[in-house]
Design a protein around this ligand. Structure first.
Ligand SMILES: C[S@@+](CC[C@H](N)C(=O)[O-])C[C@H]1O[C@@H](n2cnc3c(N)ncnc32)[C@H](O)[C@@H]1O
Length: 268
């Protein structure tokens, strides 16, 4: 039997409020209880104007507190409202399911407890990056990793495909970031230098977050990557270093030519 409470998880997109979907906005307005984690005071104000029962989850962050402890407290707090029988909407920045641990945990726990749950997609930083840098991930392929995860798991990188590294501005840091200090960035750079030439150009990207603001794109040689270039919202894009090899045997088995492959990569 479904219980009376419910949970919908929505995203604000990156540029506020223009990236917000109509579907997400309706959920925000109709919820008995709204929780949010956003990037700006203007966004908070906009949300509370649409739902007076809106509450920020920002207060769970604290200096020196491990991110996982913050997230567990957020999840417990939101679920209390669901278990009390409320139709709850939770909003996260960007796409709510991309690099957002509490959103998936909320869905998992609420669903396991028998409550109707849904996550609605939103526009992520990677979506903005593809648009602003003119990258179609179908052309050369694209790998996407969280920066600390990339370092600690020895990911096998294909340098003939693009590489997106998230959270480079907080690499190695499991507590809220200190602006300007990224002590582990040299470790990330050294790991990348094992894969790419020091002269390989990389892009430090920040998507516009408000109307009439331009996205920022800094292009530097990998050897010049340093902490003065990155912030907590920077995403690093590393273009392919060389074209991918074509498996001629497989082409033949598929009855395709090299021209066909180039066409299929550009069609769609
Ligand atoms: C916790 S993740 C949240 C991602 C978000 N849910 C999304 O869908 O884009 C934070 C990371 O997203 C990326 N990010 C967030 N805002 C960004 C922006 N305005 N421009 C570029 N990257 C951004 C950065 O890599 C940042 O460290």
């Amino acid at each position: 039997m479904t219980k009376s409470g419910s949970l919908v998880v929505v995203g604000s997109g990156i540029k506020f409020p223009s990236h917000m979907t109509t579907e997400a906005q309706l959920c925000i307005e109709r919820a008995d209880k709204l929780f949010f984690l956003t990037s700006s005071e203007a966004a908070e104000q906009w949300l509370v104007e649409r739902n007076a029962a809106g509450e920020s989850l920002d207060r769970f962050y604290a200096k020196g507190k491990r991110r996982i402890d913050t997230y567990l407290e957020m999840v417990a707090h939101v679920l209390t409202a669901v278990y009390a029988g409320n139709h709850v909407c939770v909003l996260f920045y960007g796409h709510p399911g991309i690099f957002v641990w509490p959103s998936h945990e909320l869905i998992r726990q609420a669903r396991a407890a028998g409550f109707p749950t849904v996550m609605l997609p939103g526009i992520s930083a990677e979506d903005c990056l593809f648009a602003d840098l003119g990258i179609d991930p179908a052309r050369e392929g694209c790998q996407s990793y969280e920066a600390t995860d990339f370092l600690v798991r020895n990911r096998q990188i294909d340098t003939s495909a693009g590489l997106v590294l998230w959270q480079v501005g907080v690499v190695g840091n499991l507590t809220p970031p200190t602006p300007g200090a990224v002590p582990s960035l040299p470790l990330l750079k050294n790991a990348l230098l094992l894969l790419y030439d020091p002269t390989h150009l990389v892009y430090i990207y920040e998507a516009a977050q408000v109307q009439n603001q331009a996205s920022t794109v800094q292009c530097v040689a990998l050897a010049d990557l340093n902490e003065t270039l990155v912030t907590a919202v920077s995403t690093l894009y590393i273009p392919p270093a060389q074209p991918a090899q074509i498996n001629l045997d497989m082409l033949q088995k598929l009855g395709l030519s090299i021209d066909d492959i180039q066409f299929s990569e550009t069609s769609g």
